[in-house]
Structure formats: structure tokens, C-alpha cells
Design a protein. Structure first.
Length: 469
């Protein structure tokens, strides 16, 4: 954590503590840009170091760095401000890992399908927004589309028909508890990623993967017939369902349905419209507070029990509502009304410490800060404010390969992370990586030294076995 310059001197502190807030006129593009810039700056100054091990302070997990980079991709697309673009690239090259598959060795033990999925959804966003790619990035094969495709292929490979009749497991590493859980966020990100790849590339294979994963979630009732969405279910049969309701699960399903609606035609499009309407309705019914119109993380917000992950979930629901409004324009007016309302409510909470412009978690409490401060609160406020921009300016467009998309395609990408069977892990072929070395600053791939993770993987496996098993 680093202190921003603004509160190093005493007069500045006094000044800031007298009711500074974030002004927001949602009918003015320049006001939206100024407000988003303040929230983005507070987030970057305190919670982001793109060169560090995780990119975010140690109280947060690696996946949130990917989520945060996605917020800055949107920030650039919505405001035109490129202040953070170089750092997005730095953070991206760190996350992409030597195997060019979003499985960086530093985090090889703690990456689940959902963590990898959050990063790959960020890169899909960069593809559709045509976020600038650097020469160095292209030379090492770390363009946004090829990495998203590679992640798709690695996850398609992990699709598991042996339990629950299909689905992705939460964890990749077999000795972790979550290996026995098939959750909505892992599968929902795979669904959304496949659907967006289909929409962008026009390749039907991705659409088939999206259909298969969606049908599986409907069949297991992770997505109920009334479109309420559960958190996940235990193997072997997925009959034991965890019914907690989280905004980000609804959001990822919503965006996937919207992309499929956009990609398909005729009766298929009618089917996806019905799914999309159902999920959008249940999203409003579940999370939008009747009295204030505020989006609430109902599972934990009122009881003050949201953890560091959960405090950021609203950001992703809102990001994916914004995506939905663009690719399924018939939803635009209802979604934009909700986002604009919430942008005003959120901005009115941004009077917190440190700095006098920190945003709160509870948007339903009126113009006051609830004392909550963190990466989650900042990223949620940032997404909701910047996602109002398309209502007042010609921004937010999502391109495809035929109308402006530029990122290089590599549908066969498999990544450089080879799976080797581990003696510590009798259950599967996943884990144990052998990684080729690479140099992120340029084309210097000479040597192609092999770094092996066998030792780290083995030790990690034993430690996890002892602590969880
Ligand atoms: C971003 O990049 C600039 C210039 O390299 C650097 O000074 C700054 O600290 C970086 N970090 C963030 C979070 O903006
Ligand atoms: C898993 O089952 C689905 C649906 O029954 C099928 O389409 C798919 O090919 C199967 N995948 C594998 C790897 O067996
Ligand atoms: C969604 O809500 C609208 C408005 O309340 C309603 O007309 C529509 O039938 C609902 N759709 C579904 C699929 O539940
Ligand atoms: C698909 O998305 C594009 C881009 O946002 C939009 O212009 C188009 O109208 C969408 N198609 C449908 C059927 O809504
Ligand atoms: C479509 O995607 C599949 C799966 O990744 C790939 O095998 C195939 O080559 C792609 N087709 C085209 C025309 O790009």
C-alpha cells in the first residue's frame, strides 16, 4: 500500500477532511469523466502496483488484479483517458505468465478456473474494445485475442463429464478442497468467454461450447428454472447445491446470454432472448433495493460480513450489465436507468477516508460514507460511474473482427504450460507445470530455458494436503 501525495502535508489533510466529495452530474460527459478519474486515481494510488507479485496488496487475491485491469480497460474506453494504459500492459504481461496462458508460475498453486477466467474476460474486453497492444506484447505472442483463445482451449480441455454430467470444477489443483465443487463463477465465466469469442470471431465452435455449458448449468439447476442463480454444487452428482446469491454470478450469465442473443438468429435468438430476459428480471428482483434503487450485495452487505472478494462483486455485475446493454440494445434503457441511478447513489458515498473521496460499500444509505474502504468499494464505484458514459457520449462500443477488431487470432493456442502427472496427486493429470522461459521486454526468447515448478508444486501439494485434508 502506498500513500498518495495528497495527504502528506498537514494543510492538505485539513482541507480534505472538510466534506470533500465526488460531484457527479450524470447528464454531463465531462462530469462523468472527472468523477471516474478521481475514483480511478484513488484506486490506483492505494491498491495497485502492476509490477508487484500479485499487482494488488496481499490482502487481496491474484484474480482481483485481472478484474482491476479490466476496469482500467473500460476506463480508457469510456473516458478516452490513457493515463493508465501503460500500466495495464505491464500488469497484463505479468499475469499472462511464461506459458502464455494466464497461469503464471508465482500463482500456480492458487489459480482456479474462475481466477484464470477473470483474467481471460479482461483480455476479451480488451479485444472487443480494441485496447492498444504493444509491439513487445505481440512479439512474444501475448496479444489479447490469442490468449483468450488459449485459455478457452485449456478450459475446454478441463471440461469434466465424469461427475455431475459435465461442468468445470472450481479448482484446477486436485489436492485443494474446491476441486470437489463445481461453481457458477467458473462455469459462468467459461460460458461468457465462449459466447463473446463466438460473437467476436464468428466461429461456431465457441458458440457450441457456450451452449453446452449453459445447458449444463440449467440442467444442474445452478441456474434455476425461475432464473435465480446459485453459487455452486458438490460432486459427484451436483445434487447438494449451495444457494448463496452473488451479483457477479448473475452478471456473468447475463453477459453470456446477451452475447449469444447477439450472435444467433431466428429461433435460437428467440431462445437466448428468453434466457436473457429471465436473468435480467431475476437480477433486478434479487439485488435492486425496492426503496432506493440501489444494487445490494444481499448475501453480506447488510450484515457487514462481505469479505475482500465479495466487496468487489457489484463491479462485475455492473460491467456486464453495461456489456449487455451494448450487444442486446433492447435492454439498454432499463439497464442504463439502473446504472445511472446507482452511479449517483455510489458517487454520493465517496466522502470517505483516507483522502475525502473514498467510496463506500452501501449505496442504499443516502449521501454518506459507511466507513467501508477498500479495493472492492473503489472498483465498484469506478465501474458504475464510467458505465454511464454511453448514455451521454458515443463511447462503449464493442467491436468484432469484421468491423474494427485488430487483435491477432490463434484458435489452436494451447499455451506453454505442460501438464505432467505429479506423484503427490494420484487423481488427475492436471497440475505440475513445465514452463518455457520468456522475456517480457522483447523478442529475446533465446535459450528457452526450462523452469520447472515440480518442487514448488510438490511442496504446495503437501502443505495443502496437511492444512485442508
Ligand atoms: C504507472 O506508471 C507510471 C509511469 O511509469 C508510474 O509512475 C506509476 O506509479 C504506475 N502505477 C500506477 C498504479 O499508476
Ligand atoms: C461431454 O458431454 C457432452 C454432452 O453430453 C458432449 O457433447 C461432450 O463431447 C462430452 N465431452 C467429453 C470430453 O467427453
Ligand atoms: C421480465 O419482466 C418483464 C417486466 O416485468 C415481463 O414482462 C417479462 O415477462 C419477464 N420475462 C421473463 C422471461 O420472466
Ligand atoms: C449486436 O451488437 C451490435 C453492437 O453493439 C449492435 O449494433 C446490434 O444491434 C446487436 N444486434 C442485435 C440483434 O441486437
Ligand atoms: C474455430 O475454433 C476452433 C476451436 O478453438 C478451432 O479448432 C478452429 O480452428 C476455429 N476455426 C476457425 C475457422 O478459426
Amino acid at each position: 500500500m502506498r500513500l498518495s501525495n495528497s495527504y502528506l502535508s498537514i494543510p492538505a489533510v485539513l482541507l480534505l477532511q472538510t466534506a470533500r466529495a465526488i460531484e457527479l452530474d450524470i447528464n454531463s460527459y465531462s462530469s462523468i469523466k472527472t468523477a471516474a478519474a478521481q475514483v480511478a486515481k484513488d484506486l490506483a494510488d492505494e491498491f495497485w502496483d502492476p509490477r508487484s507479485y500479485s499487482g494488488v496488496p496481499s490482502t487481496y487475491f491474484w484474480w482481483q488484479h485481472g478484474a482491476l485491469l479490466g476496469a482500467y480497460v473500460d476506463y480508457w474506453a469510456m473516458t478516452g483517458d490513457d493515463t493508465y494504459n501503460d500500466n495495464v500492459t505491464v500488469g497484463w504481461l505479468k499475469g499472462v505468465g511464461p506459458g502464455l496462458d494466464l497461469l503464471p508460475q508465482e500463482h500456480s498453486f492458487d489459480i482456479g478456473n474462475d481466477d484464470q477466467g477473470f483474467w481471460s474476460i479482461m483480455s476479451m474486453d480488451a479485444v472487443e474494445r480494441v485496447f492498444p497492444e504493444t509491439e513487445a506484447q505481440k512479439q512474444i505472442g501475448a496479444g489479447f485475442l490469442e490468449i483468450t483463445q488459449t485459455v478457452h482451449n485449456t478450459q475446454a480441455d478441463r471440461w469434466d463429464n465424469e461427475t455431475c454430467g459435465g461442468g468445470l470444477r472450481w479448482q484446477i489443483v486436485t489436492v485443494k478442497n474446491g476441486y470437489n465443487y463445481k461453481n457458477t463463477i467458473s462455469n459462468g465465466l467459461y460460458f461468457q468467454q465462449s459466447a463473446r469469442l463466438a460473437r467476436y470471431t464468428g466461429n461456431k465452435t465457441y458458440a457450441e461450447a457456450a451452449e453446452m455449458s449453459y445447458e449444463w448449468m440449467r440442467k444442474t439447476k445452478l441456474i434455476q428454472d425461475d432464473f435465480w442463480i446459485n453459487d455452486g454444487a458438490d460432486i459427484p452428482d451436483c445434487k447438494a447445491i449451495t444457494s448463496k446469491r452473488w451479483t457477479y454470478n448473475y452478471g456473468t450469465i447475463l453477459a453470456g446470454c446477451a452475447a449469444m442473443y447477439n450472435f444467433t438468429e431466428g429461433s435460437k435468438r428467440a431462445y437466448w432472448k428468453e434466457q436473457l430476459d429471465g436473468v435480467l428480471n431475476s437480477t433486478y428482483a434479487t439485488f435492486v433495493d425496492r426503496d432506493t434503487g440501489a444494487i445490494k450485495e444481499i448475501q453480506c452487505q447488510e450484515t457487514d460480513t462481505c469479505n475482500a472478494d465479495q466487496r468487489s462483486f457489484k463491479a462485475y455485475l455492473i460491467r456486464w450489465m453495461g456489456y449487455t446493454a451494448q450487444v442486446a440494445p433492447y435492454t439498454y434503457s432499463s439497464i442504463m436507468q439502473t446504472i445511472r441511478k446507482n452511479a449517483e447513489l455510489a458517487a454520493a458515498t465517496c466522502t470517505g477516508q483516507p483522502g475525502g473521496t473514498a467510496c463506500g460499500l452501501k449505496w442504499n444509505v443516502g449521501p454518506q460514507w459507511d466507513g467501508k474502504h477498500g479495493l472492492g468499494e473503489q472498483i465498484s464505484a469506478m465501474e458504475v460511474i464510467q458505465n454511464t458514459a454511453p448514455s451521454v457520449a458515443p463511447v462503449g462500443y464493442l467491436f468484432n473482427k469484421d468491423n474494427g477488431g485488430k487483435s491477432k487470432s490463434n484458435p489452436g493456442g494451447q499455451g506453454g504450460t505442460k501438464r505432467v502427472k505429479s506423484p503427490f496427486d494420484t487423481k488427475s493429470t492436471y497440475y505440475r507445470y513445465v514452463l518455457p522461459n520468456y522475456n517480457i521486454t522483447g523478442a529475446d526468447r533465446a535459450g528457452a530455458a526450462i523452469i520447472t515448478l515440480l518442487v514448488i508444486a510438490g511442496l504446495g501439494g503437501i502443505m495443502a494436503f496437511v492444512t485442508t485434508g
